[in-house]
Design a protein around this ligand. Structure first.
Ligand SMILES: [Zn+2]
Ligand SMILES: [Zn+2]
Length: 423
């Protein structure tokens, strides 16, 4: 014992001598002294306790049951539209938007005028407008929350005090999130990577606009942000929105420099589909929040449906938006295109798993469909989503939109495994 101690002190005094000659060694010896001091206190090193990650993937516990795949109705709509109450729109009265929506078979729309153009008073502008009514199209209450840090859309089944959200637009996210929660509205991040990108926390949004306007290629970064949020455990619905501002002039002299846009980007480019429990405003918002949602290039294009057979009985028992516990056994997934496809058209289904390309499959025939199999991890999260490319279904009412969307036909929301509902 004595020998050890004296050997130690000899080594130490040698080190001390060296340290006088070299400042580098001096720093090293100081470090050693600090280390000796720190390790004395309960095994911590540099303030770091013995490592046990409390956030490591665990079993999220019982998940809510999967809802019926048949008890519901597919409804289509446009969730981002500007009427004359937005000062950057032209020739676009609410009646014009609603009549057009009806004529192309829209089930729901949300007129989302810029709230800053009316200092937050959406109620006395967009909503009080006598034209804000329809006998067939469900009209959601909403607005485009237009702030310094970016834009988001509000969707609500009933009128809400939008002014309050406008008032807190420059506050910290924690203040904004609390107001949003109190109002009980759905908040959606708009055009998250373009101009006026969404510069707020994604922890307070329920969905993200992954397809803004007919111009599909400009959405690549929005898709990247979506995958980042999904991969980090956020169960975030992807949706579309035309963000159209300009209608057909009633007479030639009313045309503006932007009137040409009416032929390229208008109601339905793209179209968002929701599988709602009923044809009601609340059911549309709920479906949007839950993620039983697909986006198509236009209202006539095929809808991407994405299902999974979890228990292996040959019948599909989950769809996009649903979240289940993996069984440890392979799951069969099915992608099908419902509605008007191009006869003989070649459709390509690209499967994304946890943010990475997973499979590319060809879908052909009168009702194109493909199946694939994979085993989601037993521990930790897994998600799958699909994008479909192929020949564009014509949209004669907005004839120039097809070229802008290219071969992008539609996309699904993810099917989720082990996502924590309390995240
Ligand atoms: Zn915007
Ligand atoms: Zn907008």
């Amino acid at each position: 014992m004595a020998t050890t101690r004296s050997a130690y002190s000899r080594r130490y005094s040698r080190m001390f001598r060296f340290s006088i000659r070299s400042s580098q060694t001096l720093a090293l010896s100081r470090g050693l002294l600090l280390l000796l001091a720190l390790t004395g206190a309960g095994g911590t090193v540099f303030g770091q306790a013995e490592h046990a990650n409390p956030w490591a993937p665990t079993d999220p516990g019982p998940l809510p049951p999967i809802q019926s795949l048949s008890d519901g109705i597919w409804l289509k709509g446009d969730l981002h539209l500007h009427s004359r109450h937005s000062h950057d729109s032209s020739n676009n009265s609410e009646a014009k938007i609603i009549d057009f929506s009806k004529s192309v078979g829209m089930d729901f729309i949300c007129i989302t005028d810029h709230d800053n153009h009316v200092q937050g008073d959406v109620a006395h502008n967009t909503w009080i407008d006598p034209e804000f009514k329809s006998d067939s199209v469900l009209l959601l209450y909403g607005a485009e929350w237009t702030t310094t840090r970016g834009h988001g859309n509000i969707f609500s089944a009933r009128p809400y005090d939008h002014q309050r959200l406008y008032d807190v637009r420059d506050q910290r996210d924690i203040v904004i999130g609390a107001v949003k929660k109190e109002l009980g509205v759905h908040l959606s991040a708009n055009h998250p990577s373009g101009k006026d990108h969404f510069g707020f926390s994604y922890d307070m949004v329920d969905s993200i606009e992954v397809w803004n306007s007919a111009v599909w290629p400009k959405n690549a970064n929005a898709i990247m942000i979506w995958d980042d949020m999904l991969s980090s455990g956020r169960k975030l619905t992807g949706r579309g929105g035309s963000d159209s501002h300009h209608g057909t002039p009633d007479s030639p002299e009313l045309a503006t420099k932007n009137s040409y846009q009416r032929e390229a980007n208008y109601v339905g480019t793209p179209t968002t589909w929701v599988f709602a429990k009923a044809r009601t405003l609340q059911a549309v918002v709920d479906a949007l929040t839950n993620g039983r949602v697909a986006v198509s290039a236009n209202p006539y294009g095929p809808r991407v449906e994405f299902y999974a057979d979890l228990d292996g009985d040959g019948r599909m028992d989950m769809m996009m938006g649903d979240n289940a516990k993996p069984t440890g056994k392979p799951v069969t997934f099915r992608v099908q295109l419902a509605g008007k496809t191009i006869p003989g058209g070649d459709y390509t289904v690209s499967v994304v798993k946890n943010g990475d390309p997973f499979k590319t499959l060809k879908a052909e025939g009168a009702t194109p469909a493909v199946e694939f199999t994979d085993t989601p991890a037993s521990i930790g999260r897994t998600y799958y989503r699909v994008e479909v490319t192929g020949p564009q279904t014509a949209y004669p009412e907005v004839p120039k939109s097809m070229a802008l969307s290219g071969n992008m036909i539609g996309l699904s929301n993810p099917i989720y495994f082990n996502f924590d509902p309390n995240f």
